[in-house]
Design a protein around this ligand. Structure first.
Ligand code: SF4
Ligand code: SF4
Ligand code: SF4
Length: 246
């Protein structure tokens, strides 16, 4: 019996579930190994039980809370995928404003029809069994995690900072080029792809388990960032992780 898989979207751009479909070379094998029974972006159909429910997106509407609880009740494992689902992600940028102001700015006179609440990660609403971070997720990581789950193992969760992979990739540190970066406190596993591509790390994979936030704030301040700019850096993906940027 192939495990039954549900892929669900909440508040997000749906880019992380698109990454599953982007596993073009591996897709035939994935479909052979997994029984996708609910995946709105890819198929029609629904089911009443899931061995694994992958959740894309944050919870940012009142009506999403009972929907998440229902999925939890019908799933053996719940696994958030992507920064929105794992961290709240960019959706949490609205949380610093009163919700009625946010609604009015976005929807104008239609605001009363929307049940917006402060955005939060899935783990803040229901228990989760594992998570796959990133904005978007790394498709190779998705395949690895699925493989480890099918083999009955607890998947490996990277906890070294992005800097470790950045050094392995042979990059010159952006701090040496007059730029700033969240790599020292951000969970690796992306092969420092942004730095390798000429940008900096904005922390989309979330903070490592015991980040030295004060040291990171110090190096950002030494590099010339104001307190406000440092807060903005941490806020893009990690605003929900209370205390991280205060
Ligand atoms: S984590 Fe990024 S790519 Fe994934 S759904 Fe959210 S915004 Fe889109
Ligand atoms: S560029 Fe960023 S990730 Fe790379 S070593 Fe420097 S601080 Fe770390
Ligand atoms: S380098 Fe940073 S921002 Fe870029 S993918 Fe990795 S964790 Fe995300």
């Amino acid at each position: 019996m192939r495990p039954k898989i549900g892929v669900f979207d909440f508040t997000c751009c749906e880019g992380c579930e698109l990454q599953i479909l982007n596993c073009e070379d591996e897709l035939p094998e994935l479909i052979e190994a997994l029984d996708f029974v609910n995946f709105r972006e890819a198929m029609t159909g629904a089911a009443s039980y899931y061995d694994i429910a992958f959740i894309d997106g944050a919870c940012s509407r009142e009506s999403e809370i009972p929907r998440l609880r229902e999925i939890r009740d019908h799933a053996n494992m719940v696994i958030p995928i992507g920064a929105c689902a794992c961290l709240g992600g960019v959706n949490c940028l609205k949380n610093v404003y009163p919700m009625d102001e946010v609604l009015k700015a976005e929807y104008g006179s239609a605001a009363p029809y929307y049940d917006t609440i402060p955005a939060r990660p899935i783990r803040a609403v229901i228990p989760i069994d594992f998570f796959i971070p990133g904005c978007p997720i790394v498709k190779e990581e998705f395949i690895r995690v699925v493989g480890e789950l099918l083999a009955g193992r607890t998947p490996f969760q990277p906890n070294d900072p992005v800097c470790a992979e950045c050094k392995t990739a042979g990059n010159v540190c952006v701090f040496d080029k007059g730029m700033t970066c969240l790599g020292p406190v951000t969970r690796g596993g992306c092969k420092a792809t942004c730095v390798t591509g000429g940008a900096v790390c904005w922390g989309c994979r979330g903070l490592i388990d015991e980040p030295n936030i004060n040291a990171e704030k110090e190096i950002l301040a030494k590099a010339g960032l104001s307190v406000n700019e440092i807060m903005q850096r941490f806020s893009l993906f990690n605003l929900y992780q209370e205390g991280a940027w205060k």
